[in-house]
Ligand binder design. Structure first.
Ligand code: DX5
Ligand code: ZN
Length: 215
C-alpha cells in the first residue's frame, strides 16, 4: 500500500524539514488538505502552498480540495504543481464536468466521498477517474477517530472496480494509524493518507510502523 502523509499535521514553521523527513522515509505521495471554511468548518492553505512545495520535493502532490466551488480552483492548483486533484462529489452539481476540467488541465483526477455519501453517486464517473478517495472520518480536521464501517465501503468499491474492469486507485483518508491501517489494507485500499499519526511522533518511525501493520 502507498502511504501519503498529510501535511495538515506537520509543523508549519518547519514545513520544508518535515516534507524532506517523510520523503527520505519513503513516503509515496504528499497529501495537501485544502479547506475553505465553507465546505468544511476549517481553513488551511491555497495554491501558494502547492507552489511552495513543488520545488522542495519530488513526491507527487495529492491535493484534496475541501472547497465549496471546486471548478474555480482547478486551474490555480494545476498551475501551482498539483499531480492529482481530488474533489468532493458533494461539492458540485456538475461533478462530471469538474472531472473533465481536471483532466483537461493535465493532472490526475480523483473524486472524494464523505462517510454519508453512497458509492452509487460515483457510478457514472468511475470510468473516467484515476483515483477515488473514501473519507474514513468526516472532513475538516486531523486527529479524528477512524470510522470502522468505512472499511466495508472500500471492500465494496474493490468489487465494483473488478466487475467493471477498471484501474482507478482507492485511497482512504482519516484516522489511519497503527491500529486501523490493517483494516483498510485488508479491505483493499491502495493508498492511505495519515496526518496526525505520522507527525505526532518521529515521522520515519511512524511510517515504518504503518508499513509493517499494512502487510
Ligand atoms: C481531514 C483531512 C485529512 C487529515 C487526516 O479532513 O482530509 O487528510 O489530514 O488526518 P488524520 O490522519 O490525523 O486523521
Ligand atoms: Zn485529506
Amino acid at each position: 500500500m502507498k502511504l501519503a502523509p498529510s501535511i495538515l499535521s506537520a509543523d508549519f514553521a518547519n514545513l520544508q524539514r518535515d516534507v524532506q523527513v517523510v520523503e527520505q522515509a519513503g513516503a509515496d505521495l504528499l497529501h495537501v488538505d485544502i479547506m475553505d471554511g465553507h465546505f468544511v468548518p476549517n481553513l488551511t492553505f491555497g495554491p501558494g502552498m502547492v507552489a511552495a512545495l513543488r520545488p522542495i520535493t519530488s513526491l507527487p502532490l495529492d491535493v484534496h480540495l475541501m472547497v465549496a466551488d471546486p471548478q474555480a480552483w482547478i486551474t490555480p492548483f494545476a498551475t501551482a504543481g498539483a499531480d492529482t486533484l481530488l474533489i468532493h462529489v458533494e461539492a458540485t452539481a456538475h461533478i462530471f464536468h469538474a472531472v473533465q476540467l481536471i483532466k483537461a488541465a493535465g493532472v490526475k483526477a480523483g473524486v472524494v466521498v464523505n462517510p454519508g455519501t453512497p458509492l452509487s453517486q460515483l457510478e457514472e464517473l468511475l470510468p473516467i477517474l484515476d483515483q477515488v478517495l473514501i473519507m474514513t472520518v468526516n472532513p475538516g480536521f486531523g486527529g479524528q477517530p477512524f470510522l470502522p464501517a468505512m472499511a466495508e465501503k472500500v471492500a465494496r468499491l474493490v468489487t465494483v472496480r473488478k466487475q467493471l474492469g477498471l484501474h482507478f486507485e482507492i485511497e482512504v483518508d482519516g484516522g489511519v494509524n497503527d491500529h486501523t491501517i490493517a483494516t483498510v489494507a485488508k479491505a483493499g485500499a491502495d493508498i492511505a493518507v495519515a496526518g496526525s499519526y505520522v507527525f505526532n511522533g518521529a515521522p520515519a518511525h511512524q511510517l515504518e510502523t504503518l508499513r509493517a501493520f499494512a502487510k
